[in-house]
Design a protein. Structure first.
Length: 277
């Protein structure tokens, strides 16, 4: 598994952009301070993408953290184009993906990207062509592990026939377990599962159905949701994102919440009543 050392909770950088994940945030210095605080707190996994901004989050990671500390894994993604706030479209043409990798290397100022995700599989391009170019760049030493984002089990199996998949990033949290089959496949094949929206895009930060259970554990609802993920599977490495250092430290404290089997069941039942986000 990736990220076998250090904290299991990583940091997702999508929130370090403007509204609609477009352009710069109101306070770039604050965004970069959150990144520094994450690393100072022992975070060893930073997740980003060229489409965040676009290009904004990668730039802040470089400015805030370079020279990068030993053991820090930076994962980025390519293959998604942006047309405006909250607008995304996949582009998996090999020549475009090659350019994405090269430009991320330049923006991050690294010679090798530790983990590089195909941000979305483009249905207009064969999966062999999309992953083939990443496999070639991996052979050139420009990519460490190859990952996939937002994939079905069928797509993951097809990708595994083309190249070794190191990580999968799918939406997964206590209120949305639609990717359960993908998670179980990852467990079997030794693939790291990186759930995005681990606290349901902020919906699980409010008391809601989890509030009473959280009080029993001396935790916040967000910490409870993250702890549930950590207990759910050893393959899981959550990447909650925030633009607040206070929320960052609150999220990391979820690693100290020890859930009983009865607690896991209670959380799942409460989430079922709440419904998916």
């Amino acid at each position: 598994m990736l990220f076998s050392s250090g904290r299991r909770i990583g940091f997702g950088s999508m929130q370090l952009t403007g509204p609609g994940h477009w352009a710069a945030p109101d306070d770039p210095d604050r965004a970069m301070q959150v990144l520094r605080d994450a690393v100072d707190a022992g975070v060893t996994h930073i997740d980003t993408a060229d489409a965040y901004g676009p290009f904004t989050a990668e730039k802040y990671i470089r400015k805030a953290l370079r020279p990068y500390p030993d053991g820090l894994v930076i994962a980025t993604k390519g293959g998604m184009t942006r047309q405006g706030p909250n607008q995304w479209a996949p582009c998996g043409r090999p020549e475009y993906l090659r350019q994405c990798v090269e430009m991320s290397l330049r923006r991050l100022q690294v010679e090798r990207i530790d983990l590089y995700y195909l941000h979305r599989i483009d249905p207009a391009v064969s999966i062999e062509d999309q992953l083939g170019v990443l496999r070639d760049m991996q052979a050139q030493g420009k990519i460490g592990g190859i990952g996939l984002s937002k994939v079905t089990l069928e797509q993951l199996c097809a990708a595994g026939a083309v190249t070794t998949i190191a990580a999968v990033s799918n939406k997964y949290n206590v209120t949305d377990q639609a990717s359960e089959d993908v998670l179980r496949h990852c467990e079997t094949d030794g693939i790291t599962f990186v759930p995005y929206a681990p606290i349901a895009s902020g919906a699980l930060t409010t008391p809601g159905a989890l509030g009473e259970i959280a009080e029993d554990y001396g935790a916040t609802p967000a910490q409870l949701a993250l702890a549930w993920l950590l207990h759910r599977s050893p393959a899981i490495t959550p990447i909650p994102g925030t633009s607040s250092s206070a929320h960052l430290h609150e999220n990391l404290a979820a690693e100290q919440v020890k859930l009983t089997p009865e607690g896991m069941t209670a959380i799942e039942l409460a989430a079922t009543k709440r419904g998916p986000e």
